[in-house]
Design a protein around this ligand. Sequence first.
Ligand SMILES: *Cc1c(COP(=O)(O)O)cnc(C)c1O
Length: 433
Amino acid sequence: MNFISTRSASPAANLSQAIAAGLAPDGGLYVPQQMPASRTLQAGDSLASTANELLQPFFAGDALEAELSGICQQAFDFPAPLLPMATPNDHVLELFHGPTAAFKDFGARFLAASLSRLRAGQGQPLTIVVATSGDTGAAVAAAFHNQPNLKVVVLYPDGRVSPRQAHQLGCLGGNIRALRVAGSFDDCQAMAKQALNDRDLQAQVPLSSANSISLGRLLPQMSYYAHAALSHQAAHGTVLNFVIPTGNLGNAMAAVMARALGVPLGRIVLATNANRVLPDYFNGGDYAPKPSVATLANAMDVGAPSNFERLRWLYDGDDAALRDAFVSRAVDDATIRETIARRYRLHGEVFCPHTATAVQVLEQLRASGDAAADQHWAVAATAHPAKFESVVEPLIGREVPVPSALAELLKRPAHAEPCAPEYAALRRTLLEA
Ligand SMILES: *Cc1c(COP(=O)(O)O)cnc(C)c1O
């Protein structure tokens, strides 16, 4: 299969090229030249085997085709259980059982497994440059740690990520370098972008990115929706509808694509925090990106959802059809707090602030009858509540035990190098051996 840019000006690329490049040369996002036809799928015995079957058409004819099964085994080596919630016919798809306890582990591990195979036998290692406000960098660093022929340089704004997030970035060592930048996230992102556009530098140090628009992260995210929905249908004979907490639309876009491939998913509803660019659009307004505002669900603090371009492509740019197909609702911080406290008080359930936006939106759909009582719905639980303990613990009045994989990371000593908020400082670091 070949891949083209959402902006169509770039030449078609094969899968390996699209994964290695990240962004298309014209600044657009890679999408399949043609979506594979919808087909009847079956849940495999494991998440890895479902992923292997689902992703096959995208790998057909590519250098990575023979590697797909191995990549899936390596990336999907932890579960994504679909569990009942206390309220009838409601479920939660737990996507936080990976090394950094957030759904981004799936995409980051799949990308690392793909890139390490593409780089095999090439002399110089590839250096991944990531700017992070917390979660992405941690998932990427953990996924690439000890991968042969790959290095990672993570830039984060010093003092502006949580202590646990900073620890996760700095505790790996080896092929992972953490730079704590004396500046903002925007400074970090600008520095990373400049490096990726610096031809002179790239001639000496091959560089790539690992941000959420990469196909190598997007495609594998279809797998957990497929495995959950197919298993659920086999057990209950019914489709599963989803509410997905949304920032850059990467996770939700994967669900939409999985449905187009024949996965028995019903409605897909988008929950956002107070950054309401998507709800405003789906309620009939123009698509109007704005600067993001800070919220309790900070991994969704996005004012210009990067995958929106892909969603529009899938609907042929037809805004009316898009608005017909999706519901999106925003949840403010006070309501996030209220939802976390109440679900714990009434049901003993503990949700992270991101997941709580989706739980709240599902409650609203149930209350209005928009989600009928006999329909089966699930929320995507994107992070473990222990990652956001400073928000969650005061609301529920007890400690949230840290999952063992994350606890392992937190036990390691951490070290980050200071870095001035200037491109020259990053460039020097990248040129050091
Ligand atoms: C990144 C992230 C999100 C948002 O996912 P998108 O793919 O950007 O929509 C939601 N929750 C958590 C915990 C995240 O880390």
